[in-house]
Every structure is written in structure tokens, then in C-alpha cells.
Design a protein around this ligand. Structure first.
Ligand SMILES: NC(=O)c1ccc[n+]([C@@H]2O[C@H](COP(=O)([O-])OP(=O)(O)OC[C@H]3O[C@@H](n4cnc5c(N)ncnc54)[C@H](O)[C@@H]3O)[C@@H](O)[C@H]2O)c1
Ligand SMILES: [Zn+2]
Length: 340
């Protein structure tokens, strides 16, 4: 078992990564807790947890529409009926959708009770379950309501990934490719458990330095500005990590337009993204004007278009990136896809 600490003063916790390690769960739960609310989905109901406590399963549905305040209310009311108090504990057993809801429920139930995450997707193991951002969607947009609420432990059992569909794995790979560029390490050289643990450690280090995203935590959005725009534009049938993968290549093209990196480093982005089994090209038929408008609207845009860009000193947050540069990089992407 690999133990990765997330150092956050009195909110510090460990992320455990290993194969078939679910039996470690009882030791991660607060001693005083006599009940556990396992928030999960029907598809994952077969995963047995031995918590050593009275266990109540609360099922939530599939898809982003279920990540809602209505779901949070329903889960909290179920917990009241079952007699949950502030001494009890929530377990989020599922992908990022489940851990976001479970974390938010834990943050607001009786003004806050402990939560332990057991992520079951690659994306949740390396990203969503770590770092304490929790929340739900509104009809007006994703993740608009939420709270920072750190888990008291995270248990990543990589045996759970055996059943994960290929598209969902691709989604986690997109975040892994992102970490690859944040530190410049060859993560693909590591066996899976170590690679996941290394991604967790990279995220933990960034979160520990900037828990509430005053600045540096925004680096975790590398590849996400175009990625989000492609997802919102919708029609392209891309999983989050696939959109991020294309976004990483695009961010490299933007950095190249600004002469922050050379053509060889752009090519390296393409090679690494491909090595993770992910797409590097814009989907055919994208409307550049629409993507530019969506990027300008991205919630990370504080001061002109803000972009996370590679450069001589590594990946940094760059403000006021000009539209001309963004257009030029889209044109480069188009030309490369056409092989010219
Ligand atoms: N809080 C954060 O920091 C953070 C970071 C990144 C993403 N997120 C959120 O995470 C969510 C996406 O998470 P996701 O990509 O894990 O998707 P998801 O949670 O929707 O899971 C994808 C699908 O895989 C299924 N599944 C989960 N585990 C499985 C397994 N072991 N075997 C077979 N099927 C399995 C789920 O039932 C679901 O149908 C989004 O809502 C996003 O906003 C949050
Ligand atoms: Zn992401």
C-alpha cells in the first residue's frame, strides 16, 4: 500500500493506494462513528464494504443532472430518518459524481460531519476525491454550489478499476497526462498503482500550497480552458479527459504562438497525449468563433482570457492572453489535423 499524505494542518489526511485494500476501510473511519451512510450508485451496489458499523446505503442516480441540490436534500432527509448524528460518517463510493455529492452532503449535514472517499473511477482516484472541492450543479451551470470540505481519508483500491469501461478510463488518463506536464515526469514509466499515487501526490502538493484557489491551484486546470469549451459546445461526444487531452495540445500551441515554448515541446505534448491513448486533434467541424466565445466565458477568466501555459519556467497562470493568439493556435490545430 502506498500512503500519500495531504498536508493541510488540522485537516491533513492520507490517501491510500493499492490493490485489494478495501479491508483497510474500518481503520480509516472515526472511532466514535456508529453509523455509516454509504452514498453510491446502483451500478456499484455490488461492491461490499466491511465498515464494522451499521451501514445505510443511499443510492443516487447517473448523470450530471443527478448532481443537484434535490439529490442533496433527498440524501440528507434519508440520513435524518436513519438517525444520523454529527458523530457518524459518510462514505462516498463511486466516481467523481458520487464523491462530489457525498462530500457536499458531509459538509452541510448538521453543519459538517466526516467523510471518507472510496473512489471507483480513475478520474476520481487521481482528481475528484482529492483536495476537498465538493458541490453540485444548478440548471445554470456545473459546480455552481459547493463547499471546501476535506475528507478524513481516501482509499483508492485499484482492483475496483477492473470493471471500468474504456471511455471512463480514457477520462482519467486525460488528467494523468495533465499531471505529466505539470511536473515533467514520465508517469507512464510507472506501474499503475504507483502512477496513481504519484498523480495524487502532485495534486496534494498543489492543494496544500493553495487550498482555496487563490492562485496556484488554478494550475490544475492545465488543458481545461479549451477542454471545457469543447465539452460545453457539446456535439462532439467527448469524455472530460478526452476534451482535456485536446486542450493540452491546444495550450501547447497557444504557448508556442506566444514564443514561450518551441515546436519540439508542442510535438512532445502531442506524443505524450497519444501515449495515454487520447485524441490530439480538434473534432472535425468545430466552429472556432464558438470555441473562442466559450473560452472567454470560462469561469477561470478573471482578467482577459486567463490561460495555464507551459513556458521556460514550467507551467504557469498567464493573464490577458490575446484573442489573436487563441485564433492562431486554433488555426494551427486545424492545419495539423488536415496534415498540412
Ligand atoms: N471535486 C473535484 O475536484 C473534481 C475534479 C474533477 C472532476 N469532478 C467531478 O467528477 C465528475 C466526473 O466523475 P467521473 O468521471 O468519475 O464520472 P462518474 O462519477 O459519472 O462515473 C462515470 C460512470 O462510471 C460508472 N462507474 C464508476 N465506477 C465504476 C467502476 N468501478 N466500474 C464500472 N463502472 C463504474 C458510474 O456509475 C458512471 O456511470 C464530474 O461531476 C466532475 O465535475 C470533481
Ligand atoms: Zn479535469
Amino acid at each position: 500500500v502506498i500512503r500519500v499524505p495531504v498536508p493541510l494542518a488540522d485537516r491533513s489526511y492520507d490517501v491510500l493506494v493499492g490493490h485489494e485494500i478495501l479491508e483497510m476501510l474500518p481503520g480509516l473511519l472515526p472511532e466514535a462513528a456508529s453509523r455509516v451512510a454509504v452514498i453510491t450508485q446502483a451500478a456499484l451496489h455490488g461492491i461490499a464494504l466491511d465498515t464494522g458499523r451499521a451501514e445505510h446505503r443511499v443510492l443516487i442516480g447517473e448523470g450530471e443532472a443527478e448532481k443537484s441540490l434535490a439529490t442533496v436534500e433527498r440524501v440528507c432527509r434519508t440520513m435524518v430518518s436513519a438517525g444520523f448524528t454529527r458523530r457518524d460518517v459518510v462514505i462516498g463510493l463511486g466516481g467523481g459524481l458520487v464523491t462530489d455529492v457525498a462530500g457536499f452532503v458531509a459538509a452541510v449535514y448538521h453543519r459538517g460531519i466526516p467523510v471518507v472517499h472510496v473512489p471507483t473511477t480513475l478520474l476520481a482516484m487521481v482528481d475528484a476525491a482529492i483536495g476537498g472541492k465538493t458541490g453540485v450543479n444548478l440548471p445554470e451551470g456545473k459546480n455552481l454550489v459547493g463547499a471546501y470540505w476535506q475528507p478524513s481519508a481516501v482509499l483508492c483500491d485499484t482492483a475496483l478499476l477492473d470493471t471500468l469501461p474504456a471511455r471512463e478510463r480514457a477520462s482519467g488518463n486525460g488528467e494523468m497526462a495533465k499531471y505529466h506536464f505539470l511536473t515533467g515526469e514520465d508517469l507512464l514509466a510507472l506501474p499503475l498503482d504507483e502512477r496513481i499515487a504519484r498523480c495524487v501526490a502532485i495534486k496534494a502538493e498543489v492543494v496544500a500550497s493553495d487550498e482555496r484557489e487563490g492562485g496556484r491551484r488554478a494550475l490544475l486546470n492545465y488543458g481545461h480552458t479549451l477542454g471545457h469549451a469543447l465539452e460545453i459546445a457539446g456535439r462532439f461526444d467527448l469524455r472530460h479527459g478526452e476534451a482535456v487531452a485536446i486542450g493540452l495540445v491546444y495550450a501547447a500551441e497557444v504557448a508556442h504562438q506566444m514564443e514561450r515554448i518551441d515546436a519540439g515541446r508542442v510535438q512532445e505534448h502531442r506524443d505524450v497525449v497519444r501515449a495515454y491513448g487520447l485524441p490530439v486533434d480538434l473534432p472535425p467541424g468545430v466552429d472556432h468563433g464558438e470555441l473562442l466565445a466559450l473560452m472567454a466565458r470560462d469561469k477561470k477568466a478573471i482578467d482577459g482570457i486567463t490561460f495555464v501555459l507551459d513556458g521556460p519556467d514550467g507551467v504557469q497562470l498567464v493573464t490577458g492572453v490575446e484573442r489573436r493568439v487563441l485564433e492562431g493556435a486554433l488555426a494551427r490545430m486545424e492545419a495539423t489535423r488536415m496534415g498540412t
